[in-house]
Design a protein around this ligand. Sequence first.
Ligand code: LLP
Length: 435
Amino acid sequence: MKRARKSEVVRAPSIAYRRMTRNTASAELVCDGIPLAQLVERYGTPLYVYSSEMIRARMKAFARAFRSIPHTLCYSVKANSTLAILQLVERVGAGFDVVSGGELERVGRMKKTAARNVVFSCVGKTVPEMELALKSGILLFNIESASELGALAATSARLRKIAPVAVRVNPDVSAKTHPYISTGLQKHKFGVPIPEARELYAEAARQPYLKVSGVSVHIGSQISDVSSFADALTRVVDLVRDLRRLGHDIRYVDAGGGLGISYEGTQADFQEQILAYANAVLRPLKDLDVHLLLEPGRSIVGAAGVLLTRVIYKKTNNSKRFLIVDAGMNDLLRPALYSAHHEIVAVQRSSSAIEVADVVGPVCETGDFFARGRELPATREGDLLAILDAGAYGSALGSNYNTRGRPAEVLVDGKQARVIRKREMFHDQVRLERL
Ligand code: LLP
């Protein structure tokens, strides 16, 4: 008789422990059924692993939650810009939110025609970036200042290409999130205060190659209180009505991204959370007759990725215990930059014993840590750990600090796992340098 294998979900639906034997704590961590230890054997550490199934499920949950209104999900490339991830979301219908010419080039490299569904936000778009976006025929430029509007008016006239524009407004709404990733208050560099935005629309309408098309807003990231979205959208809707009264043809409302994920939880409540989010966004838009654009990043890919790392050494300084792992702040910057919390679990669990330790990388910075004073599964040198929820702003924020090569990245899709980014070698790093 086949023995039923119990599994314990860590991040629904894809990351789970699979028990190895019946009644023990011993279990191995899998991604859509593929043991992560097996992927490490093949590809080494540190290693990013992503679940296609989870990314698709998130995309579909968004589409379902917003099905009552015409909309496009413009996946935010900055969250994870690896080409195969872009391809995965494009294949389930995504457009893209880009913030640089480089990100736009990534979208074009993935699929030439995908630029048609690109929105371009950024406080400092350069003229060459505008030229690239105009030639690619993007959906919308989100303009963030009078000077930028002037530059786009001149560039589009010179190229004789129509630029569809929205003004990204700064609604002066608190996102109640980490100050570094909050963008919608008057003191932040982002967007244009609403009264000034009205003037920019008037100016845009006077420009022969600018086509007023929408209003855009983005108030920050990792937002858990959805009432902030409702507040921002309420202000945007008032503006849309005013602009329409003045004769502007506003087709699009771009509500930005920002929906948070639960870094401490099991994500089991994702459906609920996305419905609450959809409710907050949709209620103010009722009867407005617009095409909604959304720019989710983290909520699509965050929980779908893990960073696997090996414990190289254990050491105790006085009474403080450290696990020194082979991933560093250059691979996953979030804890160092924002004191962000990421759960850390054993890849192969053999007992329920725990110990308290700091998990630190090998980089020469005190800020190079993944957890401090954390209760962790008892670990030996050589053991593997998984840092959870590393799919968003993990590899994308990576660097070569300390001349460390970036990790390889693997995408699990059904029963297959394939390398979507090779491990970076020393020669990759020095390729552009000259002696
Ligand atoms: N749209 C715009 C204009 C944005 O600036 C951002 C994020 C997004 C969309 C996507 O937001 P999301 O849905 O991912 O929250 N590195 C930080 C997050 C920075 C977010 C920057 N902008 C972190 O690791 O928490």
